[in-house]
Design a protein around this ligand. Sequence first.
Ligand SMILES: C[S@@+](CC[C@H](N)C(=O)[O-])C[C@H]1O[C@@H](n2cnc3c(N)ncnc32)[C@H](O)[C@@H]1O
Length: 206
Amino acid sequence: MNDPRRFAPATARNRDAILAVLRRFVVPGANVLEIASGTGEHAVYLAPRLEVASWQPTDPDADARRSIDAWRAEARADRVLPARELDMTAPWPRLTPAPDAIVCVNMIHIAPWSACLGLLDGAAAVLAPGAHLYLYGPYRRNGAHTAPSNEAFDASLRARDPAWGVRDLEAVTAEAAARRLALAEVVEMPANNLSVVLGKAAAPES
Ligand SMILES: C[S@@+](CC[C@H](N)C(=O)[O-])C[C@H]1O[C@@H](n2cnc3c(N)ncnc32)[C@H](O)[C@@H]1O
């Protein structure tokens, strides 16, 4: 029988490190929006352990959404909602419930820069002051790669699509700050990745 579930071996290697960081920013009972859910393996692993009220997985790719829904059914993960189509290069639809936190793992280097900006625009629009956007992936820091393996990965990404590539952390955090998403924390993660946590700041009093 055809099994639509996809498998990304990296998810099993990074999910516990991601969980440990998310525990500090995602409170039990939160409604979480996941961008670029991919296979859906993170969704079914993280949602029950964070004791969220709901976890909304999303991906622009139809096969990914079929995989997410198959993982969801197999895991009987009732806190994980059916996958939705969401593309960071397009305007966001209205989301209910409004997310208390947004999680995006390994997307902004495998998509054009406009997808990163769309993510920041959308997050800034829907997150309440004090809520967080969590990013995970490889970054350049102070204009340099943090490891030879990241440099090779960057070259392979740009060879596949010149619009892709490992992003400069400072460029991402500057664009975030311009949208009142302040850098809360950078955490070094396995395999030369970073967790980047951005917190929505309140609007200045006029
Ligand atoms: C490397 S996979 C990561 C998937 C998953 N988060 C993980 O860690 O296994 C990159 C994902 O980004 C999604 N993606 C690519 N462009 C996107 C965009 N413009 N908006 C939202 N997601 C996008 C792809 O469909 C794919 O599922």
